[in-house]
Write a protein that binds this ligand. Structure first.
Ligand code: GLN
Length: 532
């Protein structure tokens, strides 16, 4: 197999949730800061074809790529850390892989051969690495393997990355194992045995890692040479290839902590490309730690308040805007099902994020109505635009106006389902997904915020504003501020009589970056701060 790209494979051990994805993305950020072209990919063992039909309460946010794939929230981390846009090919679940394999088998592509886990599934996994490297023309392609080593359901991925090392040459692959080193308070020592065991599991697959990242049970960077030595001796890695990582207060500290923890030595042995310029990470962390005096309270009127990962890109976009304005963000989670006027009164601004289904929707409509009537800053995202339109239509005289998603009464469907979308509600990958352009109204507040009349945002929705009711919606205080280029779909609305009442049918949160706040979130934080 010939390729000009080098590959980094990141596996995990001991327990899940130690930040393997953030570590993988941080390695990517460091290599990018060295001036290298970096791409990333996740391999996830689960059998769903994508994350589109997964329950967000269990699985967290469904992240949407520019080409319309409904993916795991890890891809959001990759985009925020690398500042590169992923594609549908940047994630391969076992389900998607098997689907591709079985479709190929049905199409007769295996020429009569018996189709097997090895070499066919592993070969197809390896094909995705090469496809990504070629598509992104990357110097380095990083592949994160979901789950932990030893999980039965992830074995085909581990075998695939081992084989790949022999195919493209061992020197073109760097194996990184992220594991966990707990602190035992009774005997006051770090325990490396679980990490040793997970490294042994990896060795059983024939992989001796080139770098071991030990997530330590501490809140600051510690010198623990005995931990590094032990892991090195027992696991056959170089001592200077053991990177000790403490808990971080913010995920954006991780690239800098990784440098301090010694990640550069093994990386530079693998690919030599000068020092990384970490200035923007240092600036960002300094801002995060600055603890500004001014506090801005933003109410997030949402349904899954018991798993706030469901709104991960939204909360990250809010944080980025707060950092950009040097204010301290206080996120107030408002349970949409129980929301009252008091919840809306106590915050400086409100976000209604995306959502599906009728549960809690009246609380979201009430939030929009409150903001419209009381000139409170409001940012509506996707469903948050639809709730704003419903609120305005009700104020504008259509009593009981609603969306067809929530059983609108006859002749009051101010948000409706378009012909081509009917009957697909429980089917995967059938919404209006990914990047779509919009034309903003000249002189509108939103065009001013973007500084342009032509914008592109990511989408994930099925329902649309019913323009038949524009007169009533206008009477309720909302105007259309942007549409699809042909004018057929409403993409943005705003309230001319409010200081900041802005909503979009898209998901701008996916395009926000930690050090480049998105204009709509930036505008919300500015308006909320100015009210005080
Ligand atoms: N449920 C709405 C729709 O399908 C909104 C979707 C969303 O908020 N992502 O149009």
């Amino acid at each position: 197999m010939k390729t000009n790209t080098k590959f980094i494979f990141v596996t995990g051990g001991v327990i899940s949730g130690v930040g393997k994805g953030i570590m993988a993305a941080s390695i990517g950020a460091i290599l990018k800061a060295k001036g290298l072209k970096v791409s990333m990919q996740k391999c996830d063992p689960y059998l769903n074809v994508d994350a589109g039909l997964l329950n967000p309460r269990e699985h967290g946010e469904c992240f949407v790529t520019q080409d319309g794939a409904e993916t795991d929230l890890d891809l959001g981390h990759y985009e925020r850390f690398l500042d590169e846009e992923m594609t549908g090919n940047s994630i391969w679940t076992s389900g998607k892989l098997y689907k591709r394999l079985i479709d190929a088998e049905r199409a007769g592509e295996f020429g009569g051969n018996t189709v097997q886990l090895i070499p066919h599934v592993t070969g197809m996994i390896q094909k995705t690495f090469i496809e990504n490297a070629e598509h992104f023309k990357s110097d380095v392609h990083i592949v994160e393997i979901g789950g932990t080593v030893g999980d039965m359901e992830g074995q085909h991925f581990i075998e695939a990355i081992r084989e790949f090392g022999t195919k493209v040459g061992r020197s073109n692959c760097l194996y990184v194992h992220v594991c966990y080193v707990p602190w035992l308070s009774t005997s006051e020592e770090f325990k490396t045995k679980p990490a040793q065991n997970s490294l042994r599991d990896l060795r059983e697959f024939g992989i001796i890692p080139d770098m071991v990242v030990a997530r330590m049970d501490v809140d600051r960077i510690v010198k623990a040479p005995q931990v590094a030595r032990k892991l090195a001796t027992f696991c056959g890695v170089n001592e200077n290839a053991v990177v000790l990582m403490p808990d971080a207060k913010s995920v954006y500290e991780v690239p800098l902590n990784a440098v301090k923890g010694g990640v550069l030595a093994p990386l530079e042995e693998f690919i030599d490309h000068g020092d990384p310029d970490m200035t923007h990470w240092e600036k960002l962390v300094k801002q995060i730690e600055s603890n500004p005096k001014k506090v801005v309270k933003i109410g997030l009127v949402a349904k899954y308040i018991d798993n706030t990962d469901t709104y991960l890109s939204v909360t990250e976009a809010l944080k980025a805007a707060a950092w950009n304005n040097d204010v301290k963000l206080e996120t107030v989670w408002v349970n949409a099902e129980e929301a009252t006027i008091r919840d809306f009164e106590q915050v400086d601004g409100i976000v209604v994020p995306g959502g599906f289904g009728s549960r809690g929707v009246e609380g979201k409509i009430a939030a929009a109505e409150y903001c419209l009537r009381n000139n409170k800053p409001y940012l509506g995202l996707c469903l948050g635009l639809q709730t704003a339109v419903i609120a305005a239509a009700r104020i504008g005289g259509i009593e009981g106006a609603n969306s067809e998603e929530f059983d609108a009464p006859e002749g009051k469907n101010v948000v409706y389902i378009m012909e081509g979308q009917k009957g697909k509600e429980s089917t995967g990958g059938t919404m209006r997904l990914g990047d779509y352009p919009a034309k903003l109204v000249k002189g509108s507040k939103i065009a001013g915020l973007y500084g342009s009349e032509d914008v592109i945002e990511r989408h994930r929705h099925r329902y649309e504003v019913n323009q038949k009711f524009l007169k009533e919606i206008n009477a309720g205080g909302l105007v259309v501020a942007g549409t699809s280029p042909d004018g057929s779909l409403v993409e943005f609305v705003e309230a001319p009589n409010c200081d900041y009442f802005v909503a979009t049918q898209a998901h701008p949160e996916f395009r926000s970056r930690p050090y480049r706040a998105h204009p709509l979130f930036d505008g919300l934080i500015k308006a909320a701060a100015n009210r005080q």
